[in-house]
Ligand binder design. Structure first.
Ligand code: 13P
Ligand code: SF4
Length: 332
């Protein structure tokens, strides 16, 4: 393998000016081939990134791809916990993230030390954690889940099994309501999904009477209650393809609208508006830190790289593998 130049990472990424004469997309394509690299992108990425990615998907799909790819390098176009999950599942591969500052407010809302103390207060409980957590939390978890398989994973456990669900309170409460369980729910939340305005969604519905309201389970309960369908990003996408309606009011991060439009070009998609009309709060500021230029520099200089202690990775791997095994068994 050729040696690559080492650049200092500033503010989380390689801030190296790109020659304006080059075509960044073409360069990414040739670097990808030359280095046997794969670009995995979450549905919340910018459209132009989704268009050049080898694979676009939700967090469950992406973890499966990360576990099975035969590429030497994974460039993760998404947020830090997703890249960490990829590294844990493919420790022998080089996993790169174009911007280390691409975090997650939900993962941040569950600090390891506080969670460890919380767990100690519930010694007879099993821990099921949403994938939007740090590796430290996954290492304290029995089974990881995503919004696609959370319901099935919880349902696969004995009815009398006591459970701590972390970190998203809206997803946890939603699963409690549809399964009749009484899980102890960690009070974490996502800054994007808790910002949707019920009032403004209802105004839109009044103007578009035939529209279906669809929402991610990370949204607050009032938004969930008016939704015609609640589901993960891939479930929302599927619903827009299969439902006869022509208009959809979409209460999740706006990046998913790109795949919805590609899949159903004749249909109309309206991004649900946030409470604060002066900001684009339905954009995840962390997801949107990733750009084509940063992907190019990351592929070229093979930095920033996701690295973790082996002991931590091994511990966290157990709970992620359990999720993949249960999902495979249940055909999800
Ligand atoms: P999905 O599990 O639907 O991919 O969602 C991930 C996420 O970050 C939601 O905000
Ligand atoms: Fe995290 Fe919310 Fe961004 Fe998803 S949308 S990555 S939960 S901050």
């Amino acid at each position: 393998m050729k040696n690559v130049e080492i650049f200092k990472i500033e503010n989380g990424y390689i801030n190296k000016k790109i020659d304006p004469g080059i075509n960044v997309i073409e360069e990414i394509q040739s670097l990808r081939k030359e280095k046997n690299a794969v670009i995995l992108a979450h549905y919340y990425q910018e459209s132009e990134i989704q268009d050049i990615a080898d694979f676009v998907g939700d967090s469950l799909d992406l973890s499966r791809k990360a576990a099975t790819t035969d590429a030497d390098i994974i460039v993760f176009s998404g947020v830090h916990f997703m890249a960490e999950t990829a590294k844990i599942l493919s420790p022998q591969k080089k996993v790169l993230i174009p911007d280390l500052m691409a975090g997650c407010s939900l993962a941040d809302s569950c600090p390891a030390e506080e969670f460890s103390a919380f767990k100690e207060q519930h010694p007879d409980h099993m821990v099921v954690s949403y994938v939007n957590t740090t590796a430290e939390i996954k290492a304290m978890t029995d089974i990881v889940c995503t919004s696609t398989n959370a319901y099935h994973i919880i349902n696969s456990l004995p009815e009398d099994q006591k459970i701590i669900f972390a970190p998203d309170r809206n997803l946890g409460n939603y699963i409690n309501s549809i399964t009749g369980r009484n899980m102890v729910v960690w009070q974490g939340a996502c800054h994007v999904h808790e910002e949707f305005s019920l009032e403004r969604i209802l105004e839109l519905k009044k103007e578009n009477k035939e529209a279906k309201i669809i929402a991610h389970p990370e949204c607050e309960k009032p938004v969930q209650l008016v939704a015609d369908h609640i589901g993960s990003t891939s479930s929302l996408l599927k619903y827009t393809q299969e439902n006869d309606a022509n208009t959809f009011i979409v209460a999740t991060e706006s990046g998913i609208l790109h795949q919805m439009k590609l899949a159903s070009p004749h249909k109309h998609f309206i991004a649900a508006p946030p409470k604060d009309s002066t900001c684009a709060c339905n954009d995840c500021k962390y997801m949107k830190l990733i750009s084509l230029n940063k992907i190019y520099n990351t592929l070229k200089y093979e930095q920033p790289e996701i690295l973790m202690e082996e002991k931590l990775m091994k511990k966290a791997e157990v709970s992620i593998r359990r999720m993949l095994e249960i999902s495979d068994k249940l055909g999800i």
